[in-house]
Design a protein around this ligand. Structure first.
Ligand SMILES: Nc1ncnc2c1ncn2[C@@H]1O[C@H](COP(=O)(O)OP(=O)(O)OP(=O)(O)O)[C@@H](O)[C@H]1O
Length: 231
């Protein structure tokens, strides 16, 4: 689906990553790992074309970039913005309907279904500034579900989130993967990565490694989140 050829991600001609070569296959599920500052978020932004590559190429199967849904780091979100849970989940519809076309019953239906799936139906009128960290992250997952994009990019989806909510969100990620989505997630918990992510891309200043989780993380235990937990 996405092929990187000698891709160097960075800012203003300053390289952050080593040259990257490899493919995120359609329907694959990859964790991007590495120490702080190795360029994981920068690579996601480059894949989203929010940031131009310093050098090298990204090519997409079929010639054009697929629609992508993006979960930014919680720290990058403006939590004081005057919007409700429903408003934010609705934003997932924009790529489908555009900014200026009408909002149909079907669109509203998708939003309510997504909020129900993440367990926030009863909070749909709540201003976002009143949400806990876990509720805020569930709301952003509802927006991802509404977007229904073939490519899903997640930047530290479990950062600051308790084990119960992390298990619930991990289950949603697995369901998106089972439905054929291509998942690329930046994560810091290598034991969790080893358990739940088949593919790993390890970024480091010395070299980048791309392969199966068991090959890249042979010495880590495999720690499972409890995916049986419900909303
Ligand atoms: N907008 C920017 N302009 C210039 N440099 C930036 C910008 N954003 C990040 N950087 C720099 O790029 C490098 C990589 O940052 P990035 O956030 O991609 O790393 P990361 O691996 O995701 O780190 P972390 O694990 O701490 O989230 C850092 O040195 C950072 O200071």
């Amino acid at each position: 689906m996405i092929t990187l050829e000698h891709l160097v991600a960075g800012y203003h001609d300053k390289a952050v990553t080593r040259p990257l070569n490899g493919t995120f296959a359609a329907g694959s599920m990859t964790a991007i790992i590495g120490a702080n500052g190795t360029g994981k978020s920068t690579l996601l932004k480059t894949l989203l074309r929010l940031q131009p590559p310093v050098s090298g190429h990204i090519s997409f199967a079929g010639g054009s970039a697929p629609r992508a849904a993006w979960l930014p780091q919680l720290a990058e979100m403006d939590r004081q913005f005057p919007a409700t849970v429903y408003d934010v989940a609705c934003m997932g519809n924009w790529p489908d309907r555009g900014l200026f076309s009408g909002f149909h019953r079907q669109h509203r239906q998708h939003v309510y279904e997504a909020l129900e799936r993440v367990g926030l139906s009863e909070l749909h009128r709540q201003p976002i500034e009143t949400l806990s960290g876990g509720q805020f992250q569930r709301m952003l997952f509802a927006r991802l579900l509404v977007q229904n994009a073939p490519l899903v990019l997640l930047d530290e989806p479990f950062s600051g989130i308790d084990a119960q909510t992390s298990g619930f969100l991990m289950k949603l990620i697995c369901q998106m993967h089972d439905a054929g989505r291509t998942i690329i997630a930046v994560l810091h918990d290598n034991a969790l990565v080893k358990c739940h992510f088949p593919q790993v891309l390890l970024l480091s200043p010395e070299a980048c490694r791309w392969g199966r989780a068991a090959e890249i993380l042979p010495h880590y235990p495999s720690t499972s989140l409890n995916l049986a937990l419900s909303a």
